[in-house]
Design a protein around this ligand. Sequence first.
Ligand SMILES: [Zn+2]
Length: 504
Amino acid sequence: MRVAALPLAAVIAASGVLSGCWLQSSDRDRAAGAPTTSSATPGVGTPTDLDRPPVAGAAGVGDRYFPRYGNGGYNVAHYRLRLSYNPATDRLQGTATIDARAGRPLRSFNLDLVGLTVQSISVDGSPARWRRGSHELTVTPAQALPIGAKFRTVVRYSGRPEAGFRATNDGALVAGQPESAAYWFPVNDHPTDKATYTFVVTVPDGLVAVANGVLDSHRDNTWTWLAREPMASYLATVAIGDFDLRSYQTVDGLLMWDAVDRSIGSRADSALDRQGEIIDFLADRFGDYPFEAGGAIVDDHRLGFALETQTRPVYPAGFFGGQPGEEMIIVHEVAHQWFGDYVSVARWRDIVLNEGFATYAEWLWMEEAGYATAQQAFDFFYRGMPSSHPFWSVRLSDPGVDDLFDVAVYWRGAMWLHQLRRLVGDEDFFAIVRQWVSSKAHDHGSLTEFTKLAEQVSGRDVDPLFRRWLEERDKPTGSGSTAGPPSALGERVLEGRSRGLIDV
Ligand SMILES: [Zn+2]
């Protein structure tokens, strides 16, 4: 559909929030409903802690948007999740073995866990006591943990997951943001505590289980996947179903696993076949692909969004069907492997660092694929959104919980980056991007830090531009361009992308 026939603003106004790492309303409501009381205790101890009596670990990491996400007092190194799931009963049985290190002397510590029933907990082999809250699982070991102690917690649990771990026609699919992990395993559920994972998943006869990372073994009905690189908890995924599991290598030798629901047939193949090309394209701009494996999970589920689950993004089948440019959703999720996964947000308010970059990667790809230039993509949204539209009133540097995944975070986020590129030029722009990625590898970063780096690398004062695009709540003026309109194909792709985000 042409813009003239259906103005972008009307599309957006009629449909509200979009999808595509884009949250469903139920998730957003859940996130917005998170309680707002918590103490924020730093997670790292100091030498003087040696003399202090052990304390209770904090119930949150101090993220203002989600005060109870994550926990203080320790850091997790590794999760080993032994799971079995029966689609007939939607019942999950799990044993989580969590290796962590105390950052301060602890008499108790919290994990995040929602719903599900805890059967037993041990710490370093001794039974531990526990207490449940709506989101918090407080564990009291038989003996207090000294600062620096490496300790192993084993939690046995079961039940029907309330969210995040979603039943499908033939199995289950895990996807949710900003928080989904606590709905299927006990976890320190915040991107600032990354860990490696082992998934050991037992499924009924004939079904396949796929997760992040590399396939370690498949024996009888048990599938073992290893995510050997640090991963934020919301990026952990497991998918169970009647999948066609395809393993191969890209031209550059990257190990790939694509799990495609057999009911989809070959519908997604033309887009999936471009993954290697897309990875190489983005690696040329952002730096080496950050993980040891890649791939996709395409499931027959009306998920409403795709998600950048680490090494193996999740896509609902509805994103694919032979439309021109539908590989753009793959560009978006693969770009997140750098922006969101390898470099995660320090706090959820920094979300524009994820979605702005992933959307801008789409515009870079549009140039590469010959659909339109990044400037034409910018113009499409700039001209398409009247200054009276609420799109311009979202404060991107601090959007708030309700607007965390508003379209503005995506499109205006990309527009901000395009203006930065225009200000500093291509050489400095891509130098900033690559230095940002390499300096925050397997870690997290904030918008404030990104601003500093942009100024360091470019030697320019970027504050006025950042204020105009990220802080102010009016349509920036003076951003017109002399670029002509894109080709009919380019416009169709842009229009399809802006609608696809919403409709699927
Ligand atoms: Zn995204």
